[in-house]
Ligand binder design. Structure first.
Ligand SMILES: Cc1cc2nc3c(=O)[nH]c(=O)nc-3n(C[C@H](O)[C@H](O)[C@H](O)COP(=O)(O)O)c2cc1C
Length: 302
């Protein structure tokens, strides 16, 4: 019997669409699998390229998961054998369009009782967003079977410069001819078909236990200690900022303050805190850190 798969995603630059296309290649080439791809669009588009002010203006609603209206979309089936959800983090949370999709009654309905594989394409901080996605999937009654997190593998500060260049100019090329190309590398995007093969093997056996373990063996997820450390702290701080900005009367001024706070926190405070941690704490917390990394690499929800 033909297996029915839905791959649903939002993308601005096309990067996530490219990821979905490569990841689903093994399914598309199988005669016994029918793949339906649905790209979603917000009714009021987010600008691409962004302006700095609109970019930071997306922070509170991203963090608080405030949904925006989506252009109407339909699914051909009422039940699928597998749903592939492609999303990108915005401010350590699922992007506003992705989070709106996760809260949409039509999507929630087809998620119920269905295996889901999530695949994200981001700069390098996806842990917090994935925890929120895990929660929303669970609430919708879905069974998260696998996760793949594609990142920009360059150094955290290099990728910070290049992503801002990309987002604020719309150009995914090498800034000044010096910096590397922003975003997930084309090689990693193309190679995501390997993960697609693994998911396909599990789909054909209808056996989802062990999928994430197989994906981990193939390097589908890499939890880096320093990034995990920063993200866990920043996730909590972003929630406080989003409340202050949403409740405050002078939103545009508060957003400018947040922008400078973020740059200082990332470029000055984070390296100092990481150094202190590396000397006084990390050496004594080996077991706990290993457990944390295993948890974030997995699909279970705490
Ligand atoms: C407003 C905004 C916030 C972002 N925040 C993060 C983030 O917290 N972590 C991260 O790794 N990438 C972040 N990114 C990068 C995106 O996850 C994504 O990789 C990029 O926008 C390209 O996705 P696209 O397929 O929609 O073009 C952000 C991008 C935007 C536009």
């Amino acid at each position: 019997m033909t297996k029915k798969i839905l791959a649903v995603y939002f993308t601005q630059s096309g990067q996530l669409g490219d990821i979905i296309d490569h990841f689903t290649k093994p399914f598309v080439s199988s005669p016994d699998i029918a793949v339906e791809k649905v790209r979603i669009y917000p009714a009021k588009p987010f600008p691409f390229p962004w302006t700095t002010s609109v970019f930071f203006d997306a922070m509170p609603e991203s963090v608080d998961g405030v949904p925006t209206a989506l252009e109407p979309f339909t699914f051909k089936e009422s039940q699928y054998d597998l749903i592939i959800l492609g999303y990108q983090p915005w401010f350590l949370s699922p992007s506003i369009p992705a989070s709106s999709l996760l809260q949409h009654p039509l999507f929630k309905k087809i998620l119920n009782n269905t295996p889901v594989v999530t695949i994200s394409g981001c700069r390098n901080m996806w842990i917090n967003a994935q925890e929120k996605v895990k929660k929303q999937l669970k609430e919708a009654g879905a069974n998260l079977a696998g996760n793949i997190a594609l990142v920009d593998r360059h150094n955290n500060y290099t990728s910070l410069v290049t992503i801002l260049y990309w987002m604020l100019t719309g150009k995914k090329d090498r800034k000044w001819g010096i910096f590397p190309q922003p975003g997930v590398s084309q090689a990693d995007i193309t190679d995501s078909a390997i993960f697609g093969e693994t998911v396909k093997a599990h789909l054909q056996k209808n056996e989802w236990n062990g999928l994430q373990q197989h994906l981990l063996q193939q390097g589908a997820v890499d939890v880096k200690y320093n990034l995990m450390f920063i993200e866990r702290k920043a996730g909590r701080i972003f929630s406080i900022w989003s409340k202050i900005i949403s409740k405050g009367k002078k939103r545009s001024i508060l957003l400018v303050v947040f922008k400078y706070y973020l740059l200082i926190a990332l470029c000055i405070a984070a390296p100092i805190i990481l150094l202190v941690d590396a000397v006084f704490f990390k050496p004594f917390l080996g077991k706990r850190i290993k457990k944390q990394k295993e948890y974030y690499a997995g699909v279970a929800l705490r």
